[in-house]
Design a binder for this molecule. Structure first.
Ligand SMILES: [Mg+2]
Length: 314
């Protein structure tokens, strides 16, 4: 990727790195923000939302976030890159929504409550301001629905659309759902149907995540395919796993349900004999159980399956 260039600023790309969503920080580096940038940042500042924990948001060198006592802070970073995660002709609002939804799904997987986010966005020079606003409208609509405040970020030019969302959440101290705490004999569950495609909306399972606090022994979200993600959970817990069913989305093949990515459902383990908590999505399904065996070994209907799924480095 080319060196990112400052937003609508006509100075040497060697000096330019990016535009902070805070004019003061930029002025301190001797860069003159243009009217366009200032208006865009002002528009973002107004649209950003509010959080009682956010002492200061967009407009200073850093945002100030004050965690509540008795909480652990969850930190998550998630990238969305044109040509890797989506095509350039996808609607900007959907790309923005998805960028945040993916990170929200990880906060849900820990049983957390999302609080504030930082969004870095780089776009090619040809992209109009309207595209950027649509991107942020999509992202901020979901932010509003899920109680997330935009605390800052970074805007830049690049040779393709690139977005990085940093999401900060919180969970009662010591209570976060982790993937390394499953026990042999635990039942395995999935919150919805698998094998969905990119153009479906992600429903981050935030409420279910919170309901699983104190009852699930392990949890993670399925982003790279059931086979690969279950392998990760089993390996982290030092166990093997057996599954006998895969709840499939309409039109999805078993291949896609097992090995496709982008599902963003929760995969969780419950103590033997326990049922899904009240309020869990209707489609929550028991798919198998954790067993003793070679850590990370997964069997589907008695047959060992390879932990393949989406792998950026394969
Ligand atoms: Mg995850």
């Amino acid at each position: 990727m080319n060196e990112p260039r400052a937003w609508r600023v006509g100075f040497s790309p060697r000096r330019a790195s990016a535009l902070l969503l805070g004019s003061e920080a930029k002025a301190s580096r001797g860069l003159k923000p243009t009217l366009h940038e200032l208006k865009l940042v002002e528009w973002l500042r107004k649209a950003a939302g509010r959080s009682p924990q956010l002492v200061a948001g967009i407009g200073d060198d850093c945002a100030i976030y004050r965690p509540k006592s008795g909480e652990d802070v969850l930190l998550k970073s998630d990238q969305l890159i044109e040509g890797v995660h989506f095509r350039s002709d996808f609607a900007p609002g959907l790309i923005g929504e998805r960028a945040l939804a993916r990170a929200l799904s990880d906060i849900a997987a820990m049983g957390g409550e999302p609080r504030v986010c930082l969004v870095s966005l780089a776009v090619p020079r040809g992209r109009k301001e309207a595209w950027i606003k649509s991107f942020f409208r999509g992202l901020l609509r979901l932010a509003l629905r899920t109680g997330v405040t935009l605390a800052g970020g970074d805007l830049a030019h690049a040779d393709r659309i690139y977005c990085d969302v940093i999401l900060i959440g919180a969970v009662p101290q010591g209570k976060a759902l982790r993937r390394d705490r499953a026990r042999a004999g635990d039942s395995l569950w999935v919150s919805g149907r698998l094998g969905k495609s990119w153009d479906r909306r992600i429903q981050p399972r935030l409420e279910l995540g919170r309901r699983l606090l104190g009852c699930a022994t392990a949890c993670m979200d399925i982003s790279d395919g059931l086979a690969l993600d279950l392998h990760r959970l089993a390996k982290a817990s030092g166990l093997a796993a057996e599954i006998d069913r895969v709840p499939l989305a309409r039109g999805a093949t078993l291949e896609r349900g097992l090995y496709g990515g982008e599902d963003y459902e929760l995969l969780f383990a419950l103590p033997e004999g326990a049922t899904a908590p009240p309020g869990a999505p209707r489609e929550t399904t028991r798919i198998g159980k954790m067993t003793r065996g070679e850590p990370g070994n997964i069997r589907f209907r008695g047959r060992v399956i390879r932990p393949r799924g989406y792998d950026h480095f394969a």
